[in-house]
Design a binder for this molecule. Sequence first.
Ligand SMILES: CC(C)(COP(=O)(O)OP(=O)(O)OC[C@H]1O[C@@H](n2cnc3c(N)ncnc32)[C@H](O)[C@@H]1OP(=O)(O)O)[C@@H](O)C(=O)NCCC(=O)NCCS
Length: 173
Amino acid sequence: MFYKSNDIKLIPLTSFEVDYKKVLEWNQNYEVVKYMHARKRYLCIDDIKEFVNDKNNKFRWGIHYKDEFIGIISLQDIDHIDRVGDIAFLIGETQYYGKGIATECGKLVLKHGFYILNLNKISLGCFAKNNGMCIVAERLGMILEGNLKEQVYFKNEYVNIFKFGITRNQYYK
Ligand SMILES: CC(C)(COP(=O)(O)OP(=O)(O)OC[C@H]1O[C@@H](n2cnc3c(N)ncnc32)[C@H](O)[C@@H]1OP(=O)(O)O)[C@@H](O)C(=O)NCCC(=O)NCCS
């Protein structure tokens, strides 16, 4: 499923030739990965190919802004029994931060989750100190449901993870 909103297009990752080198560069850019768990970073082309081609319980879209491939958004950990899914963002081109792109992409993916997949709840987890991500979650109508204390060991310290969520009822209100 393709989505479009103003200058933003979401194109399924497998529907265009992904520039693996670009994705690798994003994963090596401190500004991009500073709030990402090391386990979620991909540091060689083979890992990135595996990430792109993994379709197990997930949808991934390339984020294209004015026809430039600038990031990836995923709806993952989809469970059709519980009818849940989890959104993850990676905008790799930092010059586009703060333009509302993640918020707009998040809206499109929520639409996909609730209208197309008929999910009952969509969540999002991020480092508590990832202010940009927290702002996006709130702008998507998500509620802060939990603060998982010292959940992740990151750069010599245990850091808190915020869990946001939006239920189907909250979304349609
Ligand atoms: C987090 C991320 C998705 C936000 O994307 P974005 O397109 O910049 O988000 P938006 O522009 O829709 O909204 C972000 C808002 O937070 C603000 N913001 C961003 N970083 C901020 C920070 N460190 N402190 C305070 N506000 C911040 C922006 O200015 C913007 O608000 P504004 O519209 O009032 O200016 C993007 O920075 C990113 O992909 N980061 C790298 C990967 C990552 O951390 N992913 C999340 C892992 S869980």
